[in-house]
Design a protein around this ligand. Structure first.
Ligand code: ADP
Ligand code: MG
Length: 223
């Protein structure tokens, strides 16, 4: 099933001399059970593409469908609900709450989400990511790579059907990149989730079912 669909999507920021067209006529689909990788340099429109694909911001023109539903037809409350229950975001700035410990970040997710993975699955996930010993730490006590892995675990904790990850390996060494790449591939291949990763990290290429390039807001497919 096509779980994410963008048709003729454009995004323009600003006007006049400050006008930036961040996305140019993007046509893209992602299916469940597959990992799609969008590769592009800094400033090419990756974060804009991902946040629009997940309904976090609206396109200037064009259609975005999540699970077959046209996001523009939803009220703000309905689109919040859709995101909360279907989409797990791993954002570029990690988006961790500074005044909550790692464990409390997960407890907060549990309070607002319809479903989460089991306690046992969480334990396994934290072990796989090598962050099980950090549960009582605050974000300020973590390294960039540790924050990145906590943000990944938190997105997966809410058992989303769709996982959207923005530069999820930027702060990781090669060994951790393999772990995270394999984890994201397993989510797609074993759990049938839709996984989209935007990155400049070529090391993730080997885990992807589809690879796209984005340059100056224009997307092309490699295969
Ligand atoms: P990437 O994630 O590939 O680095 P972005 O999607 O963040 O690229 O940005 C693409 C272009 O859009 C850049 O030129 C950036 O400056 C611009 N841009 C992104 N977000 C905004 C915004 N909120 N306001 C103005 N310009 C923006
Ligand atoms: Mg970005």
């Amino acid at each position: 099933m096509k779980t994410i669909e963008l048709k003729h999507v454009n995004k323009v920021f600003g006007s006049g001399i400050g006008r930036v067209q961040a996305l140019k006529d993007i046509n893209f689909t992602a299916d469940s059970g597959e990992l799609s990788l969008v590769l592009g340099p800094s400033g090419s429109g990756k974060s804009t593409f991902l946040t629009i694909a997940g309904g976090l911001q609206r396109p200037t023109s064009g259609v975005v469908k999540i699970g077959g539903i046209d996001v523009s037809a939803l009220s703000p409350k309905e689109s919040d609900q859709l995101r909360l229950n279907q989409v797990g975001f791993v954002l570029q700035n990690y988006d961790l709450l500074p005044y909550l410990t790692v464990k409390e970040q997960f407890q907060l997710v549990k309070r607002v989400s319809e479903q989460t993975i089991s306690r046992q699955e969480l334990k396994q996930l934290l072990n796989d990511l090598g962050i099980a010993q950090l549960v009582n730490q605050y974000p300020s006590q973590l390294s960039g790579g540790q924050m990145q892995r906590v943000a990944i675990a938190r997105a997966l904790y809410q058992k989303p059907a769709i996982v959207l990850a923005d530069e999820p390996t930027a702060a990781l060494d090669s060994q951790r990149v393999k772990v995270v790449g394999q984890l994201l591939a397993d989510l797609a291949h074993q759990r049938g989730e839709t996984v989209i990763v935007v990155t400049h990290d070529e090391r993730l290429r080997q885990f992807a079912d589809h690879v796209y390039q984005i340059i100056d807001g224009q997307m092309t497919g490699e295969h």
